[in-house]
Write a protein that binds this ligand. Structure first.
Ligand SMILES: [Zn+2]
Length: 174
């Protein structure tokens, strides 16, 4: 069984075929606190997005421009410190993730990161760079991240809590 709280605050429960309703009910009741927390998080993000204001297509153009200057500088900075090499850097507007690292060493970053406090952008840069050493989220990976960026946990928590609000500022697709 699995449970998921969607962005529109719909609670989706998946159960194997033939599961009695009372078993599913019980499962949902057990997860009540978790569901409440997720709903609260979505409400906070919606509020934060409203207070920051919606982004226009023109805003996004400017954000990309800024990101293509700033992000490669931060990558270069941390790559030097950590002695990590990389291939190409791609900066795009992505609607669900902040960064990724491909097997051939290309780094992808979400341009929205430049709207956040600078240490948040840095934490994502270091995360993706460290995937050049560990292509996983093992303890060794996080040890490496923390060695280069000791405030990582604080920033990651911030991003998980507030990051969603930035997606909510994007223009709605038809
Ligand atoms: Zn990762």
């Amino acid at each position: 069984m699995s449970i998921q709280v969607a962005d529109d605050k719909k609670v989706i429960v998946k159960v194997p075929l033939g599961t009695p309703a009372f078993v599913a009910d019980c499962f949902v009741r057990e997860k009540k606190n978790w569901i409440t927390r997720q709903l609260k998080k979505i409400e906070n993000q919606t509020e934060l997005a409203t207070s920051m204001g919606a982004l226009t297509e023109d805003d996004i153009k400017q954000i990309k421009k800024k990101a293509r200057v700033i992000i490669p500088q931060r990558v270069e900075h941390y790559a030097k410190i950590a002695g990590i090499s990389y291939n190409r850097i791609f900066i795009r507007l992505q609607k669900s993730r902040w960064g990724s690292c491909s097997v051939d060493g290309n780094l992808n970053f979400n341009c929205l990161l430049v709207l956040m406090p600078p240490e948040i952008l840095d934490s994502v840069v270091v995360h993706e760079l460290c995937h050049r050493r560990h292509m996983n989220h093992s303890k060794e990976f996080y040890d490496e991240v923390l060695r280069i960026f000791p405030d990582y946990k604080k920033c990651d928590k911030w991003l998980k809590l507030n990051g969603g609000a930035y997606f909510k500022r994007l223009p709605k697709e038809d």
